[in-house]
Design a protein around this ligand. Sequence first.
Ligand code: C2E
Ligand code: MG
Ligand code: MG
Ligand code: MG
Length: 278
Amino acid sequence: AKRAGQAYRRWEPALDEQSTGHAKLGAEMRIGLDAGQFRVVYQPIVAFPEGRIAAVEALVRWEHPHRGTVSPAHFVPVAEQNGLIVELGAWILRTACRQMARWRAELGVSAPDKVSVNVSARQLARPGFATSVADILAETGLAPNHLAVEVTETAVFEGGQAVTTLHELRKLGVQIALDDFGTGHSALGLLQTVPVDILKVDKSFVDNVTEAGRHSAIAEALIQISTELGMTAVAEGVETAEQADALSRLGYTLLQGYYFSRPVAEPDFGRSRTAIAA
Ligand code: C2E
Ligand code: MG
Ligand code: MG
Ligand code: MG
């Protein structure tokens, strides 16, 4: 068996290189976590057209000393594979909750209502995850109603512990957002079995929302479904004023995207895109 394995490997140099690359990146992540190379940035979710920042999404960044800024799209999957996402994810949650508690204390009514934190499948699959969230909320002094967790359809479509975890989180008073909605496996059926408070409509349905036809039809159907089911819809990846207006006409009131702001260390809660335009 060992021989066969070696022969297989010799003929799969690409696979071997990839796993070596991942192992190296994984080891560097371990070091980077201890060295403080990770940080969290926040992208506004804007109440449109008023312009108030209703919520922020926390997004992790890695400032690698040699590679430069590494995209989470690149390193989060590696961290999920090697398990480091559990420790990294806990650090992200603690950092975001602490920051949010600070904004709530310092800004009063101009503070955002919610911080939304991305949580991976591997974190949700741990039976102790909801308890660790409760501990982080207690430690940072953030009330649970100011936290939402973003999960993907893929992370929860098999049910099991991931869905149990979502029920536990909801019981704590934490909200559940379904991220990148419409791009995953089971889409609509999932809404019957998974507790969902916030539907994040994927950028792909926002991109062509200004054109008549398929894309605007889906964006329109999704706001109707979320309203019917008592959920809040957030449109992701809004890049132009035309898209914002089109979404607003369809009934969307919460918009997120580069048109309003990129993810930043410290959003300017006193100013908003509509306020600037006015
Ligand atoms: P996501 O959760 O769907 O986050 C939205 C992504 O779209 C972010 O990329 C954001 O910067 C980007 N974005 C926002 N507005 C626009 C826009 O108008 N146009 C375009 N082209 N892009 C926009 P980012 O920060 O690179 O994150 C990529 C993905 O990595 C996230 O997708 C999420 O799946 C994952 N990720 C990021 N931070 C975390 C984290 O803290 N934990 C976990 N588990 N995953 C994370
Ligand atoms: Mg997200
Ligand atoms: Mg998303
Ligand atoms: Mg996405």
